[in-house]
Design a protein around this ligand. Structure first.
Ligand SMILES: [Fe+2]
Ligand SMILES: [Fe+2]
Length: 135
């Protein structure tokens, strides 16, 4: 069983965002599998780096849509994105310098953050986009 299971309750009903969320979840699952299989730091580093890059790409996609469609709650949503980006980058730096390992608590943190953000802020944003005709 995957560490995070994609299911319809995570959908925000905007195709580009839903498919990016699925990809993000795939990368977290890959990181979890690599950690569980006892893969070396080089592999963990590569997957963690993919996760960071893809997260940044995904957030900028959402933020571009916010600008394009004048989303009224953009500022609050962007703060959540920048908080997570900062935390994930800190974690990555600690991991690279040997001060931290990829652990179950780390992955639990990523999973709850993703679930909570998708189910609240991204869902609200999805509803807004649907209301202005974006699917
Ligand atoms: Fe998102
Ligand atoms: Fe978001």
């Amino acid at each position: 069983m995957a560490f995070i299971n994609w299911n319809d309750s995570l959908k925000v009903n905007v195709d580009s965002i839903d498919s990016q969320h699925q990809k993000l979840i795939d990368i977290v699952n890959t990181l979890f599998d690599a950690m569980s299989d006892g893969k070396g730091n080089e592999v963990l580093n590569d997957v963690f780096n993919d996760l960071l890059n893809y997260t940044v790409e995904h957030f900028s996609h959402e933020e571009k849509l916010m600008g394009q469609y004048n989303y009224p709650k953009a500022e609050f949503h962007k703060v959540e994105h920048s908080d997570l980006t900062r935390q994930a980058k800190d974690l990555y730096e600690k991991f690279k310098s040997g001060q931290a390992t990829i652990s179950v608590p780390t992955l639990n943190f990523l999973r709850s953050w993703l679930n909570n953000h998708i189910l609240s802020s991204d869902r609200q944003f999805g509803d807004y986009l649907n209301s202005v005709g974006v699917k």
